[in-house]
Design a protein around this ligand. Structure first.
Ligand SMILES: [Zn+2]
Length: 447
């Protein structure tokens, strides 16, 4: 279902005209109201009137996360606090969190793009939405909450955590729609399986998953375990939260960017030059309608590509490919760039392994070492561990030698790095409790 067909299927030339109008307006607004933009424009000798079309955008500098941190907490807000009705903040691992403000109109945009995402995934008015995104400073919970209400769903605000209770509610209330992170969808699926609920008896039909990068193999796993169709929803709090881009149920191949509100570019990570459609680079987003925190050419750090091929669903919004990772999640192991999703993709090709894994990078001597720790399936584990085995005995078991060889080879050919493999018993890798799951431990930074 298309929530706003008049906008979501706008012919390209009319969409570009709408974007150009809004861009001119937002550039002037940001220049007049945000001291950082006033200064940047003056340093560059650029006036808002110089940005008269989309092709002039490339002349503007990027806005980076560090700009938000440097002006912490409210230095980039473009409206007085009397016009701000909501504040969200992302938890930073280093330094200040990034703080995002919303006017009443901004919240309407936020709810609308989340409602579009739910509708595109297959949700229709009257369905129940089990919303297991975290509620609080994180944008996921409240974003899908408002989006669900906007679409006409009955929203169940369960938030993250208390998995057993969530599954009780799921079996009693029978929600057709689930919204959460992909890793938490797996946690819920495992609990359902542990209780012996077969996929065809799980009520969920549509799962709208996001807030962390995931792979096609993980999608297959989730589809199978829940008996549902999982679609991706992309977003980041600095731009608005979830809903910046979303997959349609028809194609499930790339996420449509809500281009009437967010102007997307893909740029070369080293030179910053705009790349043509189809080429991988860093996603850069300009907000076209937000007022409390307008951002010009925001450097998301997410690595993706754009496509403007016609889509089966009829939407004309450009599609971004599945995010390969953030430039700041990328690991450099012995000089090779490694994204966790590449490893995840390899694990998904081996039926003996579950999608639960952890990557550990160490530097025992002078060379980096990448260790891939992955859980065995229950069936393989039982056939190997007939007797009680310690973790080390399990990992070293002769029956796993062939699997170890196959996995090491597959990682080497996909990623270009020889990794050490460690096999874990089912249920021992870290699980998502609803928030983002940290799958990478970089112990090199500890020395
Ligand atoms: Zn589509």
């Amino acid at each position: 279902m298309i929530l706003q067909p008049d906008l979501e299927t706008l012919p390209h030339h009319r969409l570009r005209a709408l974007q150009a109008d809004r861009l001119g307006e937002i550039v002037r607004f940001a220049y007049e109201r945000v001291p950082l933009y006033t200064r940047r424009f003056e340093e560059m000798g650029v006036k808002p009137d110089d940005i008269s079309g989309l092709e002039d955008l490339a002349g503007l500098p990027f806005t980076r996360k560090s700009d938000l941190r440097d002006t912490y907490p409210f230095g980039m807000f473009a409206v007085p606090m009397s016009e701000v009705v909501r504040i969200h903040a992302s938890t930073g691992t280093t330094g200040h969190p990034t703080v995002v403000g919303y006017t009443r109109d901004d919240l309407e945009v936020f709810a609308t793009v989340c409602a579009r995402a739910l509708a595109a995934a297959g949700a229709t008015p009257g369905m129940i939405l089990h919303n297991a995104y975290g509620y609080g400073l994180f944008t996921g919970g409240l974003g899908f909450h408002a989006g669900g209400e906007r679409l006409g769903l009955a929203v169940l605000p369960v938030s993250g955590g208390s998995t057993s209770r969530q599954v009780d509610l799921m079996l009693d209330f029978r929600p057709e729609v689930l919204a959460c992170t992909p890793s938490y969808a797996l946690t819920l699926a495992e609990e359902l399986a542990r209780r012996g609920v077969p996929p065809q008896e799980v009520p969920v039909r549509f799962a709208v998953l996001g807030a962390e990068p995931w792979t096609e193999s993980m999608r297959k796993e989730i589809d199978g375990l829940l008996g549902a169709r999982a679609t991706n929803c992309y977003g980041l709090s600095e731009i608005v939260g979830p809903g910046v881009a979303f997959e349609c149920a028809e194609a499930r191949c790339g996420s449509h960017v809500a281009e009437d509100h967010f102007l997307a570019e893909v740029v070369d990570p080293d030179t910053g030059a705009v790349l043509p459609d189809g080429e991988m680079g860093v996603l850069v987003v300009t907000t076209l309608s937000k007022r409390a925190l307008p951002l010009l050419r925001y450097w998301t750090g997410d690595v993706t590509s754009l496509s403007r091929e016609p889509c089966a669903c009829g939407r004309t919004f450009a599609k971004m490919s599945a995010v390969r990772g953030r430039t700041d999640d990328m690991l450099i192991v012995r000089g090779v760039n490694v994204y966790p999703t590449q490893i995840e993709g390899v694990l998904g090709t081996l039926a003996e392994l579950t999608p639960n894994y952890r990557l550990v990078v160490t530097r025992p001597g002078t060379l980096d070492e990448l260790r891939v720790e992955v859980e065995l399936t229950e069936m393989l584990f039982r056939s190997v561990a007939a007797e009680m085995l310690s973790e080390d005995e399990l990992d070293a078991h002769h029956a796993l030698a062939g699997l170890r060889e196959a996995l090491t080879q597959a990682i080497k050919s996909a990623v270009g790095v020889t990794a050490k493999v460690r096999f874990l018993a089912p249920g021992t890798a870290p699980r998502s409790q609803g928030g983002k799951l940290a799958r990478v431990v970089d112990e090199r930074r500890l020395d």
